[in-house]
Design a protein. Structure first.
Lengths: 452, 859
């Protein structure tokens, strides 16, 4: 495995700071894939994406071609592009939208063509001002030059793209909450079943929801063929994907990698990627797939970035966000910070998430602040068990004889936000229980305020 | 199972905890399990609203391909072969867990909470919940309680975010004025900035709230549930006849709650119906008879007052003839009261000058003689033609039903109205007609193909009091010709006006929807005598009184000065009548001018029956004893009869109910026993539609407060003793037929307006100067005031701004009123709510003219 031999698919234009301009985009094969797709039948386009074995980059990792084929056979039907990126640690969609917005629009149009959609909606997170500006300008230019709107590229096929700016709630990233928000309502996730977007989506019509990165990959696939893309990596999810590397590494940033060909160790330590832990410190833990993914540790460093083994080891690749914690990190505080995020972002709809998440947060804060009680540790696990009953995923710990509990979990909530508040608590408490006990016995954080 | 049996099968076979259950396709597990005797705890679920699956209290295990999975029972529909587990450790753990989470931030101020004692959270905690709390942190705090409107307050600390109130406001009431705000554990219910929850139906959310988060201003801290006694009854604040549970404590009505009568109100009430019991409790109730000496009314004894009244009536009858006596009103009465007065007038007083309407409705033969429709028939009709005043203002819960049907796509509303109404936005077709031109509009509607389908129902009422009803009746005739199978649902609003009409309180009419002309000796035989000539209706009575031809005028809960759409005529009539006897619960403008005022009992103080706008007869419950020496109206009739040397042959209330069932043709079969057995009442005169006998749908969890009182054993209703029907001798003659009417012919078209005049439209808003509203402190201030509403273009023409003062003049009067701009009022029309505070429409209208034109000018 060599991490340095990397193919740029989505990030091919990142060397060009002006790639967001239409002429620069067109000069680098831009809209060529759309032209080719329009010369194919929608079924052929769909088939190409299926052959590429492209999987969703929004978090769930569902096969994109397979998702498209689930669409109920009624019209109107919609394509919705999820640009609400807000999973802690994730910052790839923003870069794509800011730096290469036409690629997103082109991918969205090809998707719409392939699934015979009536309209495309592109939902951009509220806080992403530059992305909104760039996507807005790009779409206006695309309309002006006949890449969007009526009779696209003289093909006789027309498609409108509607832009929508979010209002700043994490939960909108959840696809059914996003659809509610698009409909002008409060972003309450819908209950599945029956509200699978492919069956009853936007305005109760069949809807494809795809992530920004997912559709940004499609133009390359159309230009280079599905087989070529599928050959770009091993494992259950071939191709490239962008890993958002953050935390205590020397070289944080977005890296496009042939994911299944490299390991977490490559990602964290390869000089062309993470470049090792900052200040020569030791690795303490890392989150392999966004804030809602159970934590990994030293023992998992040699796992490939492949959903199969990662799931079996108790976590997920999720949104591709890897957050690294070195040994200066207070496990209690780090976990509390994440619990606080999910508790705060709970839409408030269902009791276990609304009340349970904030209770977890309060208990963990109390422990961190030196007011913990030993019985709080079992209480944390028990409250967690109300939100996500039964065996909860965690990594193995061979040294202590702990076997991995595979991903995913059961839940009493409507969506995954509730259990996401359990995840960091559970990971930290399973692996670093003695740190919790130390907090309780020391009436506070032994690391003092240095780590804050 | 073979193919054929699958085809025939109309139920779904499933198991609940291993027991076989037959479920209705499409229903949710929670409902099927409950019917089978397994109660699954719940907070957000409500059978009359969309399931949201939010509280997660109802989690049960449903066995799927991957083994048992926790699923919300309120959200997962039943399925063939489904296995549901409600008693496993996993289910118990989930339910315990959810309850614990609901309680961690709950203030637990049960001792001072209105809901304490009838609280699903309290109850389910006892049944399903954990024993002690593990929550040591500071609970969430909110300012306690905040007003959502002047009637409803919210304590956000108690709220469990079940979405019931918000769903009701949005889905059922169509007033999405409350919603969730914030997120996480700081999610709260609130109104939008500067927009109170000013819904006519706001009180329902108090009843729906599964905790004490929502409280009603009139009830707050008034009683503890375990002190409340309860009786079932019918709301008589309008003619919809919603079923209610009336609760009292210490001989005061403390609360009125909606009961789920499937064909009528389905659990809902309007705020007027929910809260105007305050008027019954009021300290300003009449407690003793009043008698006039000179300019003042002074308290007197019943003996004195009845004697004086009897003398006046006898004097009039004997000296001036029976036609010099008139009886006005009766819509406040029970059917039994109305029957007794109908009989008294015909048999003892000898007069047919009786009218329960005050020239503000429709002729009796139109109301009674057209084919009747039920509310359910309207909600299931292909087309509902609205030819009545604003249903939202006048018949609020009928509005809810029709709106619900329209939103669900179950029916098409086609509206013919002079201005925009509450239902306009739900109508598929909405046509504005100029007052006086309804018939022409109906012709165009029919010609345009808007009235489609086999099942057509017309809601027929009095669209405007500033327009004589002839053209509206003609329009009904047009519809009848165009759609032979059409049925009519009365839009007349006043309380028991349909019962009073059914009891014959209209000229030329006898009880049970019999035209006097068709009697054929039936009532003449049973009653002994009948007046020879047909009497006068309200307008004729008032004119005769004004002309000095009425020597004795009886007001049965009627207030002509407020209700007759011609105040000048009403005033002249009261002045011109020789003697005025008023029977009332409160003094009104009119009864203040009477010679004798008799205090009578109001609803909830007497048993009896009432008939709603469908012709549905239901039982009224007595909950409290009346103030002072008040008596029921029927008793007054019986006593007057004997003082006048007659005998009505009526000694007890039950006897009257029995006599109605025996003699009144449309009430055949509506016996006390049948009424006692019919949860949703019985339809009079409709042998074709006895289908609506659905079992009670109310479940204890949906309306715990109703059952909380029921558990105290106080739910029984009117007659609890064994029902022994005293035989009323049947007359020799054959039972007469019930009335059939067919409006026919063209009426004269009203004069065209000149270009300076606007045609007046006037109907009632929910909150007006009516007696019950005005004597209910919580409602009295809610009237929107008398402002003349005109199209923006008219305002521009006048050169005045919204809210300015203008002069509004008719042939009768010239008033200074505020003007309000209203896009819903077409050009050429001026709208003015009827019976708001101060001078208003009643002063402008001349009952003798077909339409009222007004000039609106700057002052
Ligand atoms: C709580 C939650 C948050 C999510 N946030 C995002 C997000 O920010 N962006 C995104 O694309 N998908 C997000 N998802 C995943 C989406 O629901 C959905 O699966 C995805 O947009 C589908 O696109 P894909 O198939 O291309 O991945 C989130 C899911 C959950 C449960
Ligand atoms: S799990 Fe949390 S975010 Fe998801 S629906 Fe429930 S309350 Fe909302
Ligand atoms: S106020 Fe009551 S009805 Fe409304 S959401 Fe809260 S608990 Fe439910
Ligand atoms: S709609 Fe009429 S009957 Fe029903 S509650 Fe309101 S006033 Fe009473
Ligand atoms: S989730 Fe079923 S009752 Fe609330």
């Amino acid at each position: 495995m060599t991490a340095t031999a990397r193919t740029s698919v989505v990030f091919a234009r990142m060397g060009d700071p002006e790639a967001h301009q239409l002429d620069r985009y067109v000069a680098t094969d831009g809209y060529e894939a759309l032209r080719r797709a329009l010369a194919m039948t929608p079924e052929q386009v769909h088939e190409t994406v299926t052959t590429a074995q492209l999987t969703g980059r929004g978090g769930a990792g569902f096969g994109t071609g397979q998702k498209w084929s689930l669409l109920a056979n009624t019209y109107p039907r919609y394509v919705v592009i999820n640009g609400d990126e807000s999973e802690p640690g994730t910052f790839k969609d923003r870069q794509i939208m800011e730096r290469d917005p036409h690629q997103v629009i082109e991918g969205a149009l090809i998707t719409a063509y392939a699934v015979r959609a009536t309209r495309v909606f592109l939902y951009v997170r509220g806080e992403m001002a530059l992305a909104q500006e760039r996507v807005g300008q790009a779409l206006a230019d695309a309309y002006a030059k006949g890449y969007a709107g009526d009779n696209i590229l003289g093909s006789g096929w027309s498609m409108d793209v509607v832009l929508h700016w979010g209002a700043g709630a994490y939960v909108v990233g959840e696809e059914t909450a996003l659809l509610e928000s698009l409909e002008g309502k409060r972003a309450f996730p819908r209950i599945k079943p029956p509200y699978f977007p492919a069956a009853k989506g936007l305005y109760q019509q069949p809807t494809v929801v795809n992530n920004v990165e997912t559709v940004a990959t499609i133009p390359w696939i159309i230009r280079n063929s599905g087989e070529t893309y599928a050959a770009l990596g091993a494992g259950r999810a071939p191709g490239t994907r962008i890993m958002c590397l953050s935390g205590h590494v020397n070289r944080p940033g977005n890296y496009e990698v042939e994911a299944a060909n490299i390991t977490f160790r490559d990602l964290l330590f390869d000089p062309s990627l993470g470049g090792g832990i900052r200040n020569g410190n030791q690795l303490k833990a890392f989150i392999p797939g966004g804030g809602s993914a159970p934590w990994f540790f030293e023992d998992q460093l040699d796992l490939p970035l492949d959903p199969g083994p990662v799931g079996a080891e108790g976590s997920m690749l999720g949104s591709g966000a890897v957050v690294v914690m070195d040994d200066t990190t207070c496990a209690v505080r780090a976990a509390w910070n994440l619990v606080r995020f999910y508790a705060h972002e709970s839409c408030g709809q269902c009791t276990p998430c609304r009340e349970g998440g904030s209770w977890l947060e309060k208990i963990m804060f109390r422990i961190e602040a030196g007011e913990g009680r030993l019985e709080d540790l079992d209480l944390l696990l028990d409250v967690g068990d109300t939100i996500a009953p039964g065996p909860f995923p965690h990594a193995s710990w061979p040294e202590k004889g702990l076997a991995a509990s595979p991903f995913p979990y059961k839940m009493t909530t409507i969506c995954f936000v509730g259990p996401s508040a359990v995840v960091p608590m559970h990971s930290a408490l399973t692996r670093f229980r003695e740190e919790f006990v130390e907090h309780i016995n020391h009436r506070g954080c032994p690391k003092g305020s240095a780590h804050r | 199972m073979t193919d054929t049996s699958a085809e025939q099968k109309t139920t779904v076979s499933m198991t609940v905890d291993g027991r076989a259950v037959e479920a209705v396709p499409g229903e949710m597990i929670i409902a099927a399990a409950e019917r089978a005797g397994t109660y699954i705890p719940r907070f957000c679920y409500h059978p009359r609203m969309r399931s949201v699956g939010m509280c997660r209290m109802c989690l049960v295990e449903v066995v799927g391909p991957r083994g048992p999975q926790l699923q919300p029972a309120c959200y997962v529909p039943v399925a063939e072969g489904q296995e549901v587990i409600t008693d496993s450790p996993a289910v118990k753990k989930a339910q315990d867990g959810v309850l614990e989470l609901l309680l961690i931030n709950h203030p637990l101020d049960c001792p001072v909470c209105d809901r304490g004692g009838e609280c699903p959270l309290q109850d389910q905690t006892l049944t399903f919940g954990p024993g002690e709390t593990r929550f040591v942190e500071e609970k969430r705090h909110w300012e306690k309680p905040i007003p959502l409107s002047s009637l409803v307050l919210l304590d956000r600390e108690r709220c469990i975010q079940c979405d019931r109130c918000t769903r009701f406001a949005d889905e059922i009431a169509g007033d999405p004025l409350i919603d969730f705000v914030g997120r996480g554990d700081h999610t709260e219910i609130n109104t939008f900035p500067d927009q109170p929850f000013a819904s006519y139906f706001s009180g329902n959310v108090v009843q729906l709230c599964p905790v004490g988060a929502l409280t009603a201003e009139p009830y707050r801290f008034k009683a503890r549930p375990w002190d409340l006694e309860q009786v079932e009854s019918t709301c008589t604040s309008c003619s919809v006849g919603c079923r209610v549970a009336v609760q009292s404590s210490g001989n005061r009505i403390t609360r009125r709650l909606g009961i789920d009568a499937d064909p009528v109100n389905q659990g809902w009430l309007c705020d007027k119906g929910r809260f105007d019991y305050e008027a019954v409790n009021g300290d300003d109730r009449l407690r003793a008879p009043l008698s006039r000496s000179g300019d003042t009314l002074g308290e007197t004894t019943w003996g004195e007052a009845l004697g004086k009244a009897a003398d006046a009536l006898a004097g009039a009858r004997d000296r001036h003839g029976p036609a010099s006596i008139a009886v006005l009103g009766g819509a406040r009465l029970t059917n039994e009261d109305a029957y007794a007065w109908s009989k008294l007038a015909r048999v003892v007083l000898g007069t047919d000058n009786v009218d329960c309407q005050l020239a503000d409705g429709l002729p009796a033969e139109v109301v009674l003689g057209l084919p009747h429709a039920t509310i359910d028939e309207a909600c299931e009709a292909d087309t509902v033609v609205l030819l009545t005043a604003d249903v939202k203002e006048e018949l609020p819960v009928l509005y809810l039903r029709l709106r619900g049907a329209a939103v669900a796509g179950a029916t098409n509303l086609v509206e013919l109205s002079a201005t925009t109404t509450g239902l306009t936005r739900y109508a598929t077709t909405s046509v504005r007609y100029r007052p006086g031109e309804a018939a022409e509009a109906a012709r165009q509607l029919v010609a345009g193909g808007a009235v489609t389908g086999d099942k057509v129902v017309c809601v027929l009422g009095r669209p405007s009091l500033a327009e004589q009803p002839d053209s509206v009746i003609e329009a009904a005739g047009v519809l009848l010709d165009a759609v032979p199978g059409i049925r009519f649902l009365s839009g007349l609003r006043r309380a028991n006006v349909h019962g009073a009409l059914d009891m014959g309180l209209a000229p030329g009419l006898l009880p049970g929807r019999v035209a006097a002309a068709d009697d054929g000796g039936w009532f003449a035989g049973a009653w002994g005598t009948l007046p020879e000539t047909e009497g006068l209706g309200a307008a004729g009575i008032l004119e005769a009184a004004a002309a000095g031809r009425i020597q004795a005028l009886v007001l049965l809960g009627a207030d002509p000065l407020a209700d007759v759409p011609d105040r000048d005529l009403a005033q002249r009539a009261l002045a011109g009548a020789g003697f005025v006897l008023a029977l009332d619960g409160h003094l009104t403008a009119s009864s203040r001018q009477a010679d004798v005022v008799l205090p009578v009992v109001l609803h909830h103080e007497k048993p009896g029956t009432a008939t709603n706008l469908e012709g549905r007869v239901t039982r009224l419950g007595q909950k409290i004893t009346p103030p002072g020496s008040s008596r029921p109206d029927w008793m007054v009739a019986v006593e007057l009869a004997s003082r006048l040397g007659g005998d009505l042959g009526l000694e007890t209330l039950d006897q009257i109910t029995d006599e109605i069932a025996t003699l009144a043709p449309a009430y055949e079969g509506i016996t006390r026993a049948a009424l006692a057995a019919a949860h949703d009442g019985l339809l009079a005169g409709r042998d074709d539609a006895s289908a609506h006998e659905a079992p009670p749908t109310m479940s204890s969890a949906e309306h715990p407060e109703v059952h909380a009182a029921a558990a105290l054993g106080e739910t029984d209703i009117v007659a609890s003793e064994p029902i022994a029907v005293r035989e009323t001798p049947e007359p020799a003659a054959a039972k007469p037929p019930t009335l059939r009417h067919r409006p026919a012919g063209r009426t004269a078209t009203p004069p065209a307006t000149d270009s300076y005049s606007l045609r007046l439209v006037s109907s009632r808003a929910l909150y007006d100067e009516g007696t019950l509203v005005q004597h209910s402190p919580s409602l009295a201030h809610l009237g929107r005031g008398a402002a003349v509403r005109v199209n923006p273009a008219e305002l521009e023409r006048l050169g005045v701004t919204d809210g300015a003062q203008v002069r509004v003049s008719s042939s009768r009067a010239s008033l200074t009123l505020l003007v309000a701009v209203d896009e819903g009022v077409p050009r050429g029309v001026a709208a003015l709510d009827y019976n708001q505070a101060g001078p208003g429409a009643a002063d402008l209208i001349d009952i003798a003219t077909a339409v009222t034109d007004v000039r609106v000018e700057t002052v």
